[in-house]
Design a protein around this ligand. Structure first.
Ligand SMILES: [Zn+2]
Length: 430
């Protein structure tokens, strides 16, 4: 998940609104954004989008206002929009985009995305775009420049801001990562089209395991077709299934929606095919994991890596959408039971006396070294579960954003002060 901080390169030059931005990062530099969340989807989609807004807001723009899609009356034109609007949700889940309809250069329809004359099919297709302003045309009202994060599936734009999207004004993403970028152009009538760049390379993958129909916890493991089959493949399949089972058991899940695990032969190939060179990463909205082939022994690195990463795919089913990196990563470390191959109990010995307060941990999570933040996250989830029990953790605490932590603790039958005291007693600096 380390790529999720890609967007942190945004610098906070709160310059007054300038000429049209080209890329999402430039757009976010224009000034404090207003997040406009989609509320027109199924309940779970609305919750995922709301949590996604909280995640991004908490990390980068704690003072940014958040409004529902219904708050904007598009019939009143650009003047009815808030400043620097950042929309989360596809036209199937977002009332503003739905109201603009076919006037927009993109439409999510029938399980795919239609963008400037091209069709991208699949439940994993998503779009990040900085959409230029459109002037009023007669009775048709225009819109201001806006940023949009949107996806086809029920998880819509979940964790989409974590995809590298530096300089592109239009970027289509699939389960492998950035698929094709583009830039806007206008035709003679002023309508928006897209000049597409060359699409990213996509390879063929073979299925390395058989999954029975009706399996309540389906895990589909895939290896690159151009890499010859070896005995190691099946050892990797077994390690991956053990990792997924470990996480599902810890999370109390008897069944989950099918997940796909792509095993990359080496780091270079993983980076080439996904633009992410980490040992493993999860794309929850696409229910996909990408992992590097590594030690497939019982309790080994691959099993642990999958237990961690698969938790990111199972989080919504297990506890609902999370709204802070602390609880998202903490849950993954806790469910895998280990970090960097060492049980979290061992990390506890090491980190006693080095932990910041809970409030600081929420704020500083992405700024601390990963080998401090992640084990502390796992230990924090462990402490919360011990304090309030799994059911209350699941119901009240897991989805809390930093700003609602106090209220969440109250509804879990405790208080932020009580959790803080227990944390201090166990870990904090003395
Ligand atoms: Zn993670």
């Amino acid at each position: 998940m380390q790529q999720r901080i890609a967007i942190l390169v945004v610098t906070f030059l709160a310059l007054a609104a300038r000429a049209a931005a080209q890329s999402p990062n430039e757009f976010l530099k224009r000034g404090t954004p207003t997040f406009v969340r989609g509320t027109a989807g199924e309940d779970v989609t609305d919750k995922v989008l709301a949590a996604q807004v909280e995640l991004l807001r908490g990390m980068l723009f704690p003072s940014a206002p958040v409004v529902d899609d219904k708050a904007i009356d598009v019939a009143k034109g650009a003047a009815a929009w808030p400043a620097n609007p950042v929309l989360f949700g596809s036209n199937e889940h977002h009332a503003v985009l739905a109201a603009l309809g076919a006037r927009l250069p993109f439409q999510f329809v029938r399980g795919g995305l239609e963008l400037a004359g091209r069709t991208f099919s699949g439940n994993d297709v998503r779009l990040i775009a900085c959409v230029p302003e459109q002037k009023d045309e007669g009775s048709e009202k225009g819109w201001p420049e806006f940023l949009v994060y949107a996806g086809v599936g029920p998880m819509d734009a979940q964790e989409l801001n974590g995809v590298h999207h530096g300089a592109e004004s239009v970027l289509v993403v699939d389960r492998f990562g950035p698929l094709v970028s583009g830039s806007w152009k206008r035709d003679a009538k002023g309508r928006l089209g897209v000049v597409f760049a060359e699409p990213a390379r996509r390879e063929k993958w073979r299925n390395s395991n058989q999954v029975e129909r009706g399996n309540p916890r389906s895990v589909f493991v895939k290896h690159l077709e151009l890499v010859p089959v070896t005995e190691k493949d099946q050892e990797e399949v077994s390690a991956i299934l053990r990792g997924a089972e470990r996480a599902a058991q810890r999370l109390g899940l008897d069944h989950f929606e099918g997940v796909q695990v792509y095993v990359h032969p080496d780091r270079k190939s993983k980076e080439l095919l996904t633009r992410n060179s980490g040992d493993g990463h999860a794309d929850p909205a696409a229910r996909t994991l990408h992992v590097l082939a590594c030690d497939a022994s019982e309790g080994g690195a691959l099993e642990g890596l999958v237990a961690h990463e698969v938790t990111h795919l199972l989080t919504v089913e297990a506890v609902g959408p999370v709204a802070s990196p602390l609880l998202g990563e903490g849950l993954a470390v806790w469910a895998s039971g280990a970090y960097q191959g060492r049980p979290i109990g061992e990390w506890k010995q090491e980190l006693v006396g080095k932990a910041p307060s809970v409030a600081e941990l929420f704020l500083q999570f992405r700024k601390l070294p990963e080998n401090v933040a992640y084990p502390l996250g796992g230990l924090f989830v462990d402490l919360c579960v011990r304090e309030v029990g799994w059911a209350e953790f699941q119901k009240s605490l897991a989805g809390a954003s930093p700003s609602k932590w106090g209220a969440a603790c109250k509804s879990a039958g405790t208080s932020a002060e009580a959790i803080e005291a227990a944390w201090t007693k166990a870990f904090a600096k003395r």
